[in-house]
Design a protein around this ligand. Structure first.
Ligand SMILES: [Zn+2]
Length: 239
């Protein structure tokens, strides 16, 4: 069983360089005994980086999910199963994603609290991020109100806590958000990671986060699009 260290490390910023072994190579994908790399998921891009052994090095393209996390590399022919390798994650890119992702928790929580708007999709990048919101009546949406309320939370120096909770505790919790997807997670996984922004948000999440809202820059309205009945795509970036 591969150790997926991005799940146990918090805050999800500044992932360390790590040493491990190549478990297998499948086409251009390298499987590692253990990895700190974040695999694409939940609207957050996978990490990129550099893989090196004694004799070779290769860029790691966007890391992808799987039973074992996939590290697609440019030059798989330079490596062999069993090689001892060092993996360096692109830390600046990861940290930018952690900031954007933590901001998205706040945006989604506020849209729900202000208008009952559910987050039905999101995609973040280093430059800007978007959240798809589903409204009963989308006429009520006011992007400035969303931005101002989000920035007020960001400025409040709130701790971002990470918990490992049993499924039943998660499903029974009155303040818990975003539990609809939980049935898709295999029942053999009895504990899930829950992310809490104190007094603002509480939801199961496997993304990467900062440890306090004070490290997040203020957000700025980037655009909105109508995405069909009741749906608005809200985009933001950082000031
Ligand atoms: Zn998250």
């Amino acid at each position: 069983m591969q150790e997926k260290l991005h799940m146990s490390r918090h805050p999800g910023t500044d992932p360390p360089q790590f040493e491990t072994r190549i478990h297998a190579i499948d086409g251009s994908n390298v499987l590692l005994d253990s990895t700190y790399c974040y695999p694409r998921g939940g609207g957050q891009p996978g990490d990129t980086g550099l893989l090196s052994s004694e004799n070779a090095e290769s860029e790691i393209n966007e890391v992808l999910p799987g039973d074992m996390i996939l590290h697609p590399i440019e030059n798989p022919e330079l490596f062999e199963t069993g090689d001892s390798v060092i993996c360096q994650i692109d830390v600046a890119r990861r940290n930018a994603h952690a900031l954007m992702h933590t901001a998205q928790h706040i945006v989604s929580a506020i849209a729900e609290d202000l208008w009952g708007a559910e987050t039905v999709g999101n995609q973040l990048t280093v430059e800007n991020s978007r959240v798809d919101l589903l409204f009963e009546d989308k006429e009520v949406f006011n992007p400035d109100e969303l931005v101002d309320a989000t920035n007020a939370i960001i400025s409040s120096n709130l701790a971002v806590n990470v918990h490992e909770w049993e499924r039943s505790r998660i499903l029974e919790h009155k303040q818990m958000r975003h539990t609809k997807f939980m049935h898709r997670i295999p029942s053999t996984i009895t504990q899930l990671r829950v992310v809490e922004i104190e007094g603002v948000d509480l939801c199961p999440c496997a993304g990467t986060h900062v440890s306090n809202t004070s490290s997040i820059p203020q957000i700025r309205f980037h655009g909105k699009k109508n995405k069909g009945k009741g749906r608005i795509r809200f985009s933001y970036n950082f000031e």
